[in-house]
Design a protein. Sequence first.
Length: 159
Amino acid sequence: MSDHYEVVFSCFLRDDTPRSVLAELRWHLGVDDEPPETVDLDRCPAPLLDPDPDSPLPGGDVGHLRRQSRTDSHGPDADPGLLERLLDGGERHAWGLYSRSHWLDDDLGRVCDVLELVAPHLDHSGYGGHYRDVYGSEVTVFVFDGDGGYEVRKPGGGA
């Protein structure tokens, strides 16, 4: 019998994220029916983040990728030049990715496929999501370093 997990991705990708990455995410989220050319269908024959309308999670699966304003998110210290752009009427945007879905333990290794896809394009460091056994309370957290890397932190602080 398989274990069941809630898997959450919650992060911002830079506004200049390559279109190929955004296209791959749209396919994984079930927005686009056909996979882009960048997807290796032998390795990934089906979308990983496509919300299941019959999900057993409370409230169901959800998935979004949308361009959002980031003018008030980090403050001027986190983004040199932000204050000047705001004073000049400019805005800062990023691609907000949020996905919450039900996964079986057989597929949990595929989490790294999503992390490796988004990590080089992140707009921030820190929390990027988590997974947990649906019947448990311990959370394994995805932490991005802001330089294209990530760490999967198990409960108790271990990697």
